[in-house]
Unconditional design. Structure first.
Length: 54
């Protein structure tokens, strides 16, 4: 899959490497800014029972 994407990027090798790095950085940024915060509300591991008191 990654080879197919890399082969279809335009330009010389150095430009394809830079473009691939930018795509990875953009994907990580989108995940950190939007996807992971949205998913954290469904994660039961963040619920704390310490100090709940009766």
């Amino acid at each position: 899959m990654y080879g197919w994407i890399f082969r279809h990027l335009p330009g010389p090798l150095w430009f394809r490497i830079v473009t691939a790095i930018l795509f990875v950085v953009a994907a990580v940024l989108v995940l950190m800014q939007f996807v992971f915060p949205w998913l954290s509300q469904f994660n039961p591991l963040t619920d704390s029972t310490i100090g709940g008191g009766v």
